[in-house]
Every structure is written in C-alpha cells, then in structure tokens.
Ligand binder design. Structure first.
Ligand code: HEC
Length: 179
C-alpha cells in the first residue's frame, strides 16, 4: 500500500514537474496573436463560465425600460468603453477581435440572447483568464444595466449606423430630440 501511494505521488510529481519545466523553459507559446483556444479548452471554459454565471447572476429583469433615452445612454457608455474590443454600430467587426486569447465576441453582429441579468453580471465582474475586464466601481450599476439594454437592442439601431455613434437617431420616437 505504501509503495502504491508513493508511486502515485511520484507520478504526479513527474507530470506536474514536467509541465512546469516545459512551460518555464520557453516551450510554451505565450502570444495572444496567432493562438486560438482548442475545442476542449473552449467548451470546458464556456461550460464553467455558464454554470458560474447561472448560479450567481441576479435573476431580476433589467430595471430600465428600453426607451430611446435609456438606450442612448447605454450606447454612449458602450462606445466609450466597449466598442474598441466588441465592435461598434459603425464598425461591427473590431480590428481587435482576433488580438486577444480567447478572441472577442462581436456584440453588434451577434446579439447575445442571455438574460439581461447574466450579461449584467459578466460586465460587472469580468471574465477570468480573458481580456474581458470587470467594470465594478468604474461604471455604476445603472450604467451597466443601460449598456446591456443597448447591446440587446442594438439590432434595431443598425439602420442608423451611418449616423455618428455619438448622435444616433432616436429609434422609433421622432418626438425625442437627439442628444
Ligand atoms: C479589452 C477588450 C474588452 C473590453 C474593453 C470589453 N470587453 Fe467584453 N469581452 C472581451 C472578451 C475577450 C470576451 C470573451 C471572453 C470569453 O471568451 O469568455 C468578452 C465578453 C463579453 C460579454 C459576454 C458575451 C457573451 O456572448 O456571453 C459581454 C456581454 C461583454 N463582454 C460586454 C462588454 C461590455 C458591455 C464592455 C464595456 C463596458 C466590454 N465588454 C468591454 C473583451 C473586452
């Protein structure tokens, strides 16, 4: 029994020691550009992210109604803080898309269908081991909810994408003056 346990310990040491040696002696490619996560890495990371977010995100609906004003507010926050990585209405595919490991989802061409509470949680706390920062303490909760509102409703604003993003047309309410 003693020898068996010792065998297990030695095997583990060899595996982890080998991995440590491999990684710390210049064999592990640390570049973000040119590397993409494997299918296994991708699916296990996605599953753990989904499971954690599902268990921790607020279950409430978005406290802000999708009014033109709220969506406009969200679009300002988005353009200033998120468009560089996630693409804008004007440039739905960001140049930075493939410059991170893992690559960045382009939110203007692929509207996420997760509940608003899940998106709120991801934006507030970020995603570990990725380029997605958490905005807790940088953006207020209200601003995060409105940004999520904009992301969810950005499809409807695409017709206005020729406008400057700072001054998009109101969606369906011509009474509302642009900001
Ligand atoms: C420096 C680049 C960067 C910035 C800036 C950034 N993000 Fe992200 N974001 C990412 C990356 C990378 C991912 C994907 C992480 C992954 O693969 O799990 C991501 C993921 C997300 C997701 C999850 C998408 C999905 O389909 O589940 C949302 C929502 C999101 N970001 C919103 C935002 C918002 C809103 C902002 C601005 C307040 C923002 N991000 C700023 C890089 C960025």
């Amino acid at each position: 029994m003693r020898g068996f346990i010792l065998g297990i310990i030695l095997t583990l040491l060899a595996v982890f020691g080998g991995a440590y040696y491999y990684a710390t002696t210049g064999h592990f490619d640390t570049r973000a550009v040119g590397n993409t996560p494997s299918t296994l890495e991708r699916s296990s990371a996605m599953k753990s992210l989904d499971a954690w977010v599902e268990g921790h995100a607020p279950k409430q609906p978005n406290p802000f109604q999708p009014t033109t004003d709220n969506i406009m507010d969200g679009s300002m926050t988005y353009d200033k803080n998120c468009a560089l990585c996630h693409g804008s209405l004007k440039d739905p595919t960001s140049q930075m898309r493939t410059k991170f490991y893992p690559p960045v989802p382009q939110l203007m061409s692929n509207t996420p269908d997760d509940p608003d509470g899940n998106l709120f949680y991801v934006v507030k706390y970020g995603i570990r081991y990725t380029a997605m920062p958490g905005w807790d303490g940088v953006l207020s909760d209200d601003d995060i909810w409105k940004t999520v509102l904009f992301v969810k409703n950005s499809n409807q604003m695409k017709d206005n994408s020729k406008q400057s993003p700072q001054n998009p047309q109101p969606m369906d309410n011509p009474k509302q003056p642009p900001k």
